[in-house]
Design a protein around this ligand. Structure first.
Ligand code: ACO
Length: 395
């Protein structure tokens, strides 16, 4: 078996192989915004695994994304997807070889972070990826949806999805630059209707909130049999979030509102007069992180608290182990190799989970994955981000 990079000429073989591996997904982007990942494929960043006689049996690709780190730092990140192996060739190490090839290639390109959405939670930890952003659903019965929060509403206009793309792109771009864990949605993805919810073809509406002429938030939603389901509310302003949530909850002919993607710790829960009005379900991982260059990753993100910590980082898949002294002063970090005793010993997959600040080191210590020498409280304070990381991009 051999792994090789592809060119534009391999597109048909690539798509044929990936369709057979997944056994689902429609062929074309949905004009209502459903969107498909391969409508935006970068064929020079894709891989094929082939048998000795040249039959393609595996695929993987990477998108060139921008990712926001704590401290409003926007960096390039490789978005890994379309990872598939034909059902006839599974559990023979094809994925393992593709992952080895891909991580090597990303490093050769000078990339230091890669991210993915995992189809199943058991696949990617062994390759050094850890879940780093999380999301959950919140369901509110309209009869219980009174707010304690005072709502200051600007003007809200409802547009069909097809007429709202420019406004959404503008609002989303402002939002994602200050939201740790958010990915940029490149312009051509908007043009293709790719990368954002929904995955179903039901008609979508967009409620656009404006302060004067300036759009400062939107909610995309679908109404079906008394349930108003919100795919995403995008804004940088919590007051605008409250206004758009209120707009949904004040809808006639609606008995319940489902907020499909609410980050952990989001103030929505606290906006209701009755804390139990927001019923939470479906808590799950979203973005998985892989650090390809630990010192560069650690010195690039922003830090809220000064301090120093020694991390002993094991990378079993790439057979590397390094001990780093991380020193943070005025929000900037330095990271150098050290022989000092470690404060934390951890696998690179767990460092991926801590990296955006969505999981406290002490949680992984308590789960038995990370070893702390002394209290993990210092590490908790250090890794914290200004708000929980969240990602809404689908790829
Ligand atoms: C980012 C994304 O694109 S997510 C999409 C992933 N793709 C899919 O879900 C499509 C359907 N599934 C597939 O195509 C394949 O089953 C893949 C890609 C998940 C795995 O490919 P394979 O070539 O079978 O994996 P490979 O043989 O290298 O397995 C490596 C190890 O991972 C384990 N593994 C593989 N798939 C899974 C899984 N779904 N769940 C748990 N463990 C798994 C194997 O058991 C093996 O473990 P071992 O090293 O202890 O023996």
């Amino acid at each position: 078996m051999q792994i090789r990079s592809t060119t534009a000429q391999d597109l048909d073989v690539f798509l044929g192989t990936v369709h057979t591996a997944f056994g689902r997904f429609p062929e074309t982007p949905d004009p209502d915004g459903g969107g498909l990942w391969w409508s935006a494929l970068e064929m020079d960043r894709s891989l094929l695994a082939e048998t000795e006689d040249g039959k393609a049996v595996g695929t993987a690709t990477a998108y060139s994304f921008e990712l926001t780190l704590p401290g409003d730092v926007v960096v390039p990140a490789a978005g890994i997807t379309a990872v598939g192996v034909l059902p006839t060739h599974r559990r023979q190490g094809v994925l393992t070889e593709m992952m080895r090839y891909q991580l090597g290639e990303l490093r050769e390109r000078g990339e230091f972070l890669s991210v993915l959405l995992s189809s199943e939670g058991g696949i990617y930890g062994r390759f050094g990826y850890g879940p780093a952003t999380y999301t959950r659903r919140m369901t509110v019965q309209r009869s219980q949806g009174a707010f304690r929060t005072q709502v200051r509403t600007g003007a809200i206009e409802v547009l069909p999805r097809s007429e709202a793309t420019d406004v959404m792109e503008q609002v989303y771009d402002r939002y994602r630059r200050t939201q740790p864990g958010a990915l940029g949605r490149p312009h051509r993805w908007w043009a293709l209707g790719a990368g954002m919810p929904p995955m179903t073809p039901a008609p979508r509406y967009v409620a656009v909130h404006r302060d004067g002429d300036q759009p400062d938030g939107y909610a995309t939603y679908v109404l079906d049999s008394g349930t108003l389901t919100i795919d995403e509310i995008i804004t940088t302003d919590d007051a605008v979030f409250a206004a758009l949530a209120r707009f949904a909850l004040d809808h006639d002919l609606v008995t319940e509102v489902v907020f499909k993607q609410v980050p952990t710790g989001h103030p929505l829960h606290w906006m209701f007069a009755d804390f139990n009005a927001g019923q939470v379900s479906g808590e799950m991982d979203w973005l998985w992180m892989r650090l390809l260059d630990v010192p560069r990753a650690l010195t690039t993100r922003g830090w809220l608290t000064d301090g120093e910590i020694v991390l002993d980082v094991d990378d079993p898949f790439l057979q590397e182990r390094h001990r780093y002294l991380l020193t943070v002063e005025n929000g900037m970090a330095e990271c150098v190799e050290t022989t000092r005793d470690p404060d934390l010993e951890l696998d690179v997959r767990d460092l991926g989970s801590l990296y955006l600040g969505g999981t406290a080191p002490s949680t992984l210590v308590r789960a038995g994955h990370v070893t702390a020498h002394g209290s993990a409280a210092k590490a908790d304070a250090l890794f914290r981000s200004e708000r929980p990381p969240h990602c809404l991009h689908w790829f």
